[in-house]
Ligand binder design. Structure first.
Ligand code: CA2
Length: 151
């Protein structure tokens, strides 16, 4: 049985590629989804890819990941990263391996972007690699959950 990973994206990431390309690049969220699907295929993983601007919807999806017996979660919580105790509580409750991803290097940006609640529940954090960070995170998560890449 192929393992499933939930790839969850927070608020405003639907705008990726359309605004502030100097910060976030020119790739769209659709491109990120394609990149994740391509990496997942190579790794032998199944992906559920979603984006929401609503905090509670992200909480629901984290709970859904557990209910559907997903093997892990890759999360770019965007603006909720530094504000959402509700998302942190959901991540802690589901007891799944979580990889936190950010497109930009949050440590080279404003101070308020650096205090991540998500990090407190994450096994690992990737930031600053642009959208390639999603592929790196999937590779790392696959190793963590014992999925062997196809030759
Ligand atoms: O670098 C990241 O991935 C962030 O999670 C992106 C968030 C930001 O609040 C975090 O500090 C770091 C912002 C996502 C907004 O995405 C946009 C993309 C293009 C245009 C406008 C917004």
């Amino acid at each position: 049985m192929m393992k499933t990973v939930y790839v969850l994206n927070g608020p405003n990431l639907n705008l990726l590629g359309t605004r502030e390309p100097e910060k976030y690049g020119r790739s769209t969220l659709k491109d990120v989804e394609k990149l994740c699907n391509a990496s997942a295929k190579k790794l032998g993983l199944n992906i559920v890819f979603r984006q929401s601007n609503l905090e509670g919807e992200i909480v629901n999806w984290i709970q859904e990941a557990r209910a559907k017996k997903a093997a892990g979660i890759l999360l770019n919580a965007a603006g909720y990263t530094t504000t959402s105790v509700a998302i942190l509580d959901a991540l802690l409750a589901v007891k799944l391996p979580v990889i936190e991803v950010h497109i930009t290097n949050i440590h080279a940006r404003e101070k308020f972007r650096q205090n991540s609640f998500v990090s407190k529940a994450a096994k690992a954090v990737i930031c600053g690699f642009g959208i390639e960070g999603y592929a790196l995170a999937l590779t790392g998560l696959a190793g963590m959950i014992g999925v062997k890449a196809k030759k």
